[in-house]
Design a protein around this ligand. Structure first.
Ligand SMILES: [Zn+2]
Length: 561
């Protein structure tokens, strides 16, 4: 007969596969325990050391004593990032370095990419990473690219992935021009086809004009399922080494097909998926919404135990620092920024997506864009679908309570607390009044009882920490480098316990898996970390140096140093 703690009355308990002792933060109401026992991948006991002894059977139970070595905690989640895009652009594209200028681009980088493409019989040439700052004065033209290669479509995206440089055949394939040089299309919603003095496209495409033209590349061949599978192994290796076992991918059909979805399912079916992977289907503002929603819905067929393909992603606005975020009050020069979507469109998409069981995941920065998303979620959404706003630089006061009331979630990055000393002075000239020393709130979410998770946005925020402990330190100190910089928006700093909560159980909630993961609790999967430092009590500016000594997923060690 079993007692409450799973042990048997005669004193011999179910033999556990693993018993772990030490200082254990459970992410269950900040509870700290001394030990837990794991059987068949799940926690069968969580409590004091004495209680765990009943689960130890010699020769059968492995004992890990982490006492005095650091902290044991649930493994972490990354609520929004682009590992898939980061690895894909490197494996199928030509990388342009951030310091490479236009001359090097035209004389070395593009010719080499063309040579390689001819050798391999490639049907498109894709590149990534040129610097807008370095290129802007002297932007390469389609004619210059044509001189290097005029028979294979060339598309080079900038470092942020929103702008593109193309040759003529690329524009012809996209129906922007015909072969004789006649212009067929001058506008793409949410973007700009930059025109030259002769009235034809220069080959420079901004924002959604870039994604539109890129969608006409031979993406099926460019990004095959096999490459996606290879990347999945690399992504997992990186994430597990950092302590993540949950990941929301922020733009899954980056190559406008379902290859990443197929790859994820195949990897899981082969028993090689050691994270929970959330996939989000991005709908661009130039797409036919109903067709795109149907495709997003169809992608749900790739669901497996560890692959969750049930999010719809929208891109609402740019960045406030870049003065493309949608804001109120206006920017110092009097403009408002742009939103890619009207409110009734977002309401409609939310209603349709939620009706099909898909949750919304919307990239949104400016307070006006945030307000628009919240209105859409309130008016079109189902509260139980945990529609999520992503990034979120500023929130209007009344919107906090509305988020709480309607179960609207947020996932936020902490890099923005790493603004250099004096940043507010510079930002005064760039962002609306009152926002120069306030960006990316954190504590308010906890105060209002709103579910907030952390994300790294990897690799989009270069220079920011990708790992949980780098993010954690910024969220409790307001700085990334305490020696050099002063803290940012200290009213919004959170406690270490709150930071771990945002990294663990709150990410599990965002992914609808909190009944099975995200905290150390009997009955849940044993996804946990042995951290080499006690990040709850070490000096605060050492938190970022903490590393997982080992990462466990479903009771099995999937990473160790
Ligand atoms: Zn992102």
């Amino acid at each position: 007969m079993k007692t409450n703690d799973g042990s048997q009355k005669n004193g011999i308990a179910t033999a556990a596969d693993l018993v772990v002792c030490g200082k254990i933060f459970t992410s269950e109401n900040d509870r700290i325990v001394e030990a837990f026992a794991v059987k068949d991948g799940k926690y069968v006991y969580v409590g004091d050391r004495k209680g765990s002894e009943k689960f130890i059977k010699e020769g059968q139970t492995q004992i890990l004593d982490h006492t005095g070595k650091g902290l044991v905690m649930p493994s972490c989640g990354n609520g929004h990032a682009h590992y898939s895009m980061g690895y894909a652009t490197h494996s199928v594209g030509t990388i342009v370095g951030g310091h490479d200028d236009v001359d090097k681009f035209l004389t070395k980088i593009v010719p080499n990419a063309v040579k390689k493409a001819r050798k391999t019989g490639a049907t498109s040439i894709f590149g990534f990473g040129w610097s807008v700052m370095l290129f802007t004065e002297n932007m390469p033209t389609r004619q210059q690219l044509d001189d290097i290669c005029d028979d294979i479509p060339i598309y080079f995206a900038d470092e942020e992935g929103h702008k593109g440089i193309v040759n003529t055949i690329c524009l012809v394939n996209a129906g922007i021009m015909d072969k004789d040089g006649n212009v067929l299309k001058t506008e793409v919603r949410g973007g700009e086809i930059v025109m030259g003095d002769d009235g034809t496209p220069t080959g420079f495409l901004k924002e959604q004009a870039g994604t539109y033209v890129r969608s006409f590349l031979d993406n099926k061949k460019l990004f095959p399922v096999d490459i996606a599978k290879e990347n999945m192994a690399k992504i997992q290796e990186q994430m597990l080494s950092e302590g993540y076992t949950m990941y929301m991918d922020g733009w899954s059909p980056y190559f406008y097909n379902d290859h990443l979805y197929q790859a994820a399912r195949q990897v899981d079916e082969a028993g090689d998926m050691h994270i929970i992977l959330g996939l989000s289907y991005e709908i661009e503002s130039w797409m036919n919404v109903d067709e795109a929603l149907a495709k997003a819905d169809e992608a749900q067929k790739y669901r497996t135990t560890h692959v969750l393909p049930n999010w719809v992603k929208l891109f609402m606005d740019g960045t406030v620092e870049g003065s493309t975020g949608f804001v109120d009050p206006l920017y110092p020069d009097g403009h408002q920024g742009l939103a890619n979507w009207e409110e009734d469109e977002v309401t409609d998409i939310t209603r349709k997506a939620n009706a099909k069981g898909m949750a919304m995941h919307i990239h949104t920065m400016g307070n006006k864009a945030v307000n628009r998303c919240i209105n859409a979620f309130v008016n079109g959404g189902k509260d139980e679908l945990r529609n999520t706003i992503v990034h979120v630089r500023n929130v209007n006061d009344p919107d906090w309570q509305r988020m709480a009331d309607h179960n609207i979630y947020s996932t936020s990055g902490m890099i923005w607390h790493h603004f250099p000393t004096g940043a507010p002075e510079i930002l005064k000239t760039l962002v609306p009044a009152g926002m120069e020393d306030k960006s990316y709130p954190m504590k308010s979410y906890f105060d209002y009882g709103i579910n907030v998770s952390f994300h790294s946005d990897y690799p989009a925020l270069s220079g920011s920490p990708d790992d949980p402990f780098g993010i954690m330190e910024i969220s409790v100190t307001g700085v990334m480098d305490p020696e050099k910089e002063s803290p940012w928006w200290t009213e919004e700093l959170i406690t270490r316990e709150q930071a771990i909560t945002a990294l663990t159980i709150n990410c599990a909630k965002q992914m609808f898996i909190e009944d099975e993961r995200g905290s150390i609790k009997e009955g849940k999967y044993a996804d946990f970390l042995l951290v080499d430092k006690d990040v709850l009590s070490c000096p605060v500016n050492e938190i970022h140096t903490a590393k997982p000594e080992a990462t466990y997923f479903e009771g099995k060690k999937v990473f160790s140093i």
